[in-house]
Design a protein around this ligand. Structure first.
Ligand code: BEZ
Length: 218
């Protein structure tokens, strides 16, 4: 994936949004942020995604995560579109900012361009989603084509995984769901693990007899 990717600091851009001007570094400092793009206003998949993001917003806020959308139309169009989004998804309130990028300049700097989707103005944004950590670095990115809507349960799941890994020396195994046990990072010795996890941990007995698959509840 060329351009901005995990580990990179997000660029310090000044952007216009439905909640006023935003400086990206100020917005992202000391908080987790989900920055997500949409191909365009008044499009079917985007309307369903924004509605779901609004419905899940309290789940994200409870976890200290701010939301910041982006769509490549102007603010007037965004504000008209929000009425449709809220009507389509009952109970959804779009109370987070949506960046406007009518010239499609911001999407290039944020690595959110879909190379295969074009209209008369040029390339559309992909369904990109960057999870930015409190240090303003990208911790995880999704890059979906315009034809595949994102799953908000998956977004919430990966937020929980990132937050657990930032707090403890752990990782989340395949198909992990919030509430399930996590695995202890391989660079933690058993001696260290006993100190770090006084609640105890379970080591899987494997044919190799190597004690590297250790589950713990955190
Ligand atoms: C949509 O949001 O529904 C969409 C946008 C661009 C291409 C295909 C679908």
């Amino acid at each position: 994936m060329p351009g901005l990717t995990i580990g990179d600091t997000i660029p310090n851009l000044e952007v216009e949004s439905t909640n006023g001007k935003i400086n990206l570094h100020n917005f992202c400092t000391d908080s987790w942020t989900i920055l997500f793009s949409h191909p365009g206003d008044f499009t079917p998949v985007c309307t369903t995604e924004l509605g779901q993001m609004a419905k899940y917003s309290s789940e994200f806020y409870q976890r200290g995560v701010k939301l910041l959308g982006l769509s490549c139309d102007d603010l007037k169009t965004h504000n008209e579109w929000i009425k449709d989004i809220e009507a389509y998804t009952p109970g959804a309130k779009v109370n987070f900012p949506i960046i406007s990028d009518p010239k499609r300049e911001i999407i290039k700097q944020l690595n959110m361009v879909d190379p295969d989707e074009k209209d008369s103005t040029g390339n559309l944004p992909s369904r990109a989603l960057h999870i930015v950590g409190p240090d303003k670095k990208i911790k995880l990115s999704f890059l979906y084509p315009a034809t595949t809507g994102r799953n908000m349960d998956e977004v919430l799941r990966v937020v929980e995984s990132l937050q657990k890994a930032s707090k403890f020396k752990v990782a989340t195994p395949a198909n992990w769901k919030p509430g399930e046990k996590v695995v202890i990072s391989p660079d933690v010795t058993n001696e260290q693990a006993k100190e770090m996890f006084p609640q105890g941990f379970e080591t899987k007995d494997l044919p190799s007899k190597k004690e590297y698959l250790r589950f713990v509840k955190v």
